[in-house]
Ligand binder design. Sequence first.
Ligand code: GLU
Length: 563
Amino acid sequence: MKDKIRAVASFNALGHEGKAELNSVISKTISLFPEERKNLKTLMPLIKEIVDEVNSLSAEEMKAIIERDFPELLATTSKEEEKRLPDLPDVGKEGVVMRMAPSASGPLHIGHARMAILNDEYFRRYGGKLVLRIEDTNPANNEPEAYQMIQDDLHWLDVNYTDLVIQSKRFELYYSEMKSLVEMGKAYVATSPTEEFKSRKQQGMPIKERDETPEENLERWDKMVSGEYAKGEAYAVVKTDLTHPNPAIRDFIAFRIVDTPHPLEGDRYRAYPMMNFSVAVDDHYNGLTHVIRGKDHTANTEKQKYIFGYRNWKLPFYLHYGKVSIEHTILKTSLIKKGIRSGEFTGWDDPKLGTLVALKKRGFSPLAIRKYYVESGIGSVDTTFSWEIFYSFNRKIIDNTSPRHFFVNQPVSLKFEFEGKLNASIPLYPQTGNSATHEKREYSVGKGSISITSQDYQKFKGELVRLKDLGYFKIGDENIEYIGQEILEDVQKWNPGRPLGKVPIIHWLSGNDVPFKVIKPDGTSEEGLLEKDALRFTGKVNQFERYGYVNVLNEKEGYFTHP
Ligand code: GLU
């Protein structure tokens, strides 16, 4: 049991920058071993102890523990590979028409990726059309760069939409649709204070304009469109049912007056549609057959259905998936914009952010994002985004193509007195069986100095270690001594405290390095020495042995991908 928990903690740590989280390890353990729930009291201190122990290990050691003690743990996630999204009902011969409707407030983040991937998966399955509709009818939140960034993000995700619709180009359509509703007596234009509208609605009561004639309302509508009212002076409302048990679904505001200039249209329009109005009109005119969106839109769907009903439009099939909470990253556009302005973030692709541009720059494969969301499905149950599962998908995808290199963080330089030369021949891609990738890094090491990490130095000072692919060495206070290629004597003679046969294997550098900085998603960074050969792979993810995956951005720094 202890070994299994250690593996669970290791798996969790690999998903959280090398630090397992006690609560997640406890809940994962219980979900894997439900019969242990009754022993929780005695298990808790044990799990705490194991988590502390695991948190001092390197990623390599964690992976080794999982493979040795609980390989099925990985199988429980890979079994899910067969997961497939359920079929959609009512798909005709022409396929589907689906859409992604992000607002123009900024680039897409890992949360938006879900709606893009799910819609795209169905479009791929059935054919038809996939519309990208940029919703930009709230100028106060619009970000001029967003129009292009959203499209770039989707291209990166390999989401190939067939049509691009920009809502601010469709004001005339929204106006004529609203006018029809007013003429039909299904909408009204009010100048009563909005407070009064809200409080009467709460009590299931109308404001006076609701009962006025279409002619009177039309007159105010024309004035609203031609800009005769100041901000807040008038608003247009779609009638629903004032006695609806859910007050959120009773009469809703469909237009308001906006003074903020629009990034594309300037001050050409003053009457702006609210989301529920423009979404309903567009879903109809874009020919949507299936609308897949988050559960937070459930009440909106009910409101939008009134418009479909009044106009006798065919309803699309609606599906609302549960909310995914994404912790340990920053997603909120307003916070990001503020942080970029204050210099707290370097840009939309700062590694602390959950934007797609940041994940791209950290070296994630868009395939890992797709796989994650396909496997999470479209159920209505709320879930929490699992970074560890996401990291494990990405690791599987990039591992074979990531060359391995040594990065010695916080280096300690040890004097190496040696006559002659030692040769090291280190595979660049030891993880693949592919002979085309049998390339090696060749080094010749002689008198001079050898650097190892200060962590290894502290841990193994006075002991025998194996410098990876170079030989056995003894670490002294200020120097390092070559012992040989094979150790014939009992290892315990060298390292009395360590279990038999286990000589730690550590990475090293000697004259073949450059200073390098790794910037981490938690905002910290680590400085050290990087094997110069890694610079041949600038713009690519490298695997820094015993450290983690790093996207080498330039000759001085890289972004940490994940352990
Ligand atoms: N633009 C809306 C939003 O980002 C989406 C509307 C919808 O999916 O219906 O919340």
